[in-house]
Design a protein around this ligand. Structure first.
Ligand code: NDP
Length: 602
């Protein structure tokens, strides 16, 4: 395999042509419409397997200082940071049966976080907890979420197995009225939404899917009652079963090795192979990560964010495949910032990208013994087109006699599901169990999706305000006409692969806004001018990346091949710069969003 420096222009052109052809093979005319949610006849896929919903709770009718919608890391961090500011009545409302969000729902065998645990787990300095593995298992992460919630005393007021159904601003009382699907109707001075991004599981719209007679579930609702075992493995219930798994994204890559260990036979139905890089998980000591020093976790987290945001850093404390491949991003970003767009594409990036993907493909060849299987497992697209994955057991699983890779690229995925199994290329694969590792819908949760009705001043629906005025906010958190409503992790802010870090910075910001409003007896509401200025700031230097995603293989990064629109959707200079901007703004300008109340606080 050629090294980066040795790749000739002809080789680069050859790769380009191959990537284009592979993309064409995969694009489907139905785009995002090829999926459906877990509703109507598929509602049972979304049922909570960990906490069956009880009916006995009395509806809540009181008043709190802050209602937090969502009890994942965003909501928990908002609660913790509000408590630090002395806010007393904080009510988290959560659909799941406990805190944890993603880590509550996703408990499939093999689940880990592939972001280093010492930077992913928030509030390590504050809780004194030091993870023992470089990449933590999901259960440890879920327990840490609960640890934070309990340390900051969020449980007593929380409502679990409860979904918020509407948020309505009461102009007279200057409070929010929150209703839920459990008949609750309570008031909150402030509302913080932390509704996550990849929360609604999706299923492929494969013909006949509802006819399957075997056992079936989605990876985010693992049925240990059927499979036996735990997230660590030991799925003894599958010993004599023919198991099919659909999907080879970040989840599929983690779950396949565990299924391979225990299933009688495993069929992996692949449409697009992931890039699977080295993970090198290992035990770490407190000394390894410098956990004997105060503020060690913050320092490490900041260092990681700096590097993966394309900023320079003196040291690389985490030193893993995310930080080493951040050099690719550094090379790619200038291409996005050139007015010439595609024409300004950096040759240096393409060479570095080709070298990285050649390394990934060479690894497949080295590890997988059957050449045909190895060829099918090679990803043919640019590194940033799909979410990279990391595993030291996934590719190896295909060397086992009880594992078969079924490539579905030529038929755009599985053709049909029958009562007995799955049909690909005219062949029926008989199955006892069919597991969907098919991911989540994007942009359907949160107050902006329109699914949760929000009415602001004068009863104006948020969906109408957005349709008439376009998406407008100050820093992505607050909007004119919707006082005391703060959104975490929304658009018009800045994201990063270490999403818990982003959420924590947002939580700190939300708590500062609430505390300032409470101290001043004021409302939090930006002026239209402040929104204009922010939308203009987002437009300055907004990257032109639509052409890049339009050339990528389909997936949720690019609307299933349709491309990703440019526009003022995110702060153009990355999360690290955004957090600094927020800090400065809180010191110098926070008063600009505080508006006098018409009524005195009760
Ligand atoms: P993805 O959306 O990434 O993957 C879905 C998979 O299902 C893809 O391989 C897709 O193929 C396949 N698929 C969909 N429809 C069909 C079909 N009709 N026939 C065959 N295959 C089909 O979901 P994941 O759950 O894997 O990951 C979602 C996100 O969750 C990740 O991107 C990541 O952000 C997060 N995550 C993070 C982890 C971590 O460690 N931090 C671990 C796991 C997930 P195709 O690619 O062709 O569309």
């Amino acid at each position: 395999m050629a090294h980066a420096q040795e790749l000739s222009p002809e080789e680069i052109a050859g790769l380009r042509a191959r990537y284009r052809a592979e993309r064409e093979r995969r694009v489907r005319p139905d785009g995002t419409r090829q999926y459906h949610g877990a509703d109507a006849e598929f509602g049972y896929y979304a049922a909570d397997p960990y906490a069956p919903r009880t009916t006995g709770r009395e509806p809540v009718r009181d008043r709190v200082d802050v209602a937090v919608v969502g009890g994942g890391f965003g909501g928990i961090l908002a609660g913790a940071r509000l408590r630090e500011r002395g806010i007393e009545r904080v009510r988290v409302v959560e659909k799941g049966g406990d805190f944890g969000g993603t880590w509550y729902w996703n408990r499939y065998p093999g689940i880990h976080c592939d972001i280093e645990s010492h930077v992913y787990l928030p509030l390590l300095d504050e809780t004194g907890y030091v993870p023992e593995w470089k990449y933590a298992p999901g259960e440890e992460i879920r327990r840490h979420a609960v640890r934070i919630a309990e340390k900051f005393d969020l449980r007593a007021d929380a409502l679990f197995s409860t979904a918020v159904t509407s948020l309505t601003w009461d102009d007279t009382g200057e409070t929010w009225i929150v209703t839920t699907d459990r008949g609750d109707r309570f008031r909150a001075t402030h509302v913080v939404t932390a509704t996550g991004t990849l929360t609604e599981l999706k299923l492929p719209g494969i013909p006949g899917i509802e006819t399957f007679r075997g056992h079936t579930f989605h990876t985010s609702r693992w049925d240990y009652g059927y499979t036996g075992g735990t997230p660590d493995g030991g799925l003894t219930g599958l010993a004599d079963k023919r198991v099919g798994v659909v999907g080879t994204g970040a989840t599929g890559v983690q779950v396949v090795p565990k299924l391979a260990e225990d299933a009688g036979h495993l069929y992996v139905f692949q449409r697009t192979p992931s890039s699977v890089d080295v993970r090198a998980n290992r035990r770490t000591s407190a000394q390894d990560v410098g956990a004997d020093r105060t503020g060690w976790a913050r320092e490490r987290r900041d260092n990681f964010l700096r590097i993966v945001s394309g900023e320079s850093a003196e040291d690389d404390l985490v030193a893993d495949r995310w930080t080493s491949s951040a050099g690719l991003l550094e090379k790619l970003l200038p291409s996005f910032r050139r007015p010439a767009g595609r024409a300004g594409f950096e040759a240096a990036y393409e060479v570095a990208d080709a070298a990285k993907m050649n390394e990934i493909r060479a690894r497949v060849e080295r590890v997988v013994t059957d050449p045909t299987t190895a060829e099918r497992l090679k990803p043919w697209y640019r590194y940033a087109c799909k979410r990279p994955t990391f595993s030291d057991t996934y590719l190896q699983a295909f060397n086992r006699d009880n594992v078969t890779l079924v490539d579905t690229a030529d038929t755009h995925g599985i053709e049909r599901v029958t009562e007995r199994g799955v049909v690909v290329g005219g062949t029926e694969y008989a199955l006892d169990c069919l597991v969907f590792a098919t991911g989540f819908s994007v942009g359907v949760s949160g107050v902006h999706s329109g699914r949760l009705p929000v009415h602001g001043r004068d009863g104006v629906p948020l969906s109408r305000a957005r349709a008439e005025r376009g998406p407008r906010s100050l820093h992505g958190f607050t909007s004119n006409g919707f006082p005391n409503l703060i959104q975490l992790g929304a658009s018009q802010s800045a994201a990063s692969v270490n999403f818990t870090h982003v959420l924590d910075e947002h939580a700190v910001h939300a708590a500062a806004l609430v505390a300032a409003a409470e101290a001043a007896g004021a409302l939090v509401e930006p002026s239209p001018d402040a929104e204009d200025a922010w939308v203009a700031a987002l437009g300055e230097g907004a990257p032109d990346h639509a052409w890049f995603h339009a050339e990528c293989t389909p997936g949720y990064y690019n609307g299933e091949g349709r491309g990703r629109p440019n526009g003022p959707t995110a702060y153009p200079h990355g999360a690290f710069a955004f957090h600094n901007l927020l800090r400065r703004w809180r010191e110098e300008s926070m008063d600009e969003v505080l508006r006098p109340r018409a009524t005195a606080r009760a």
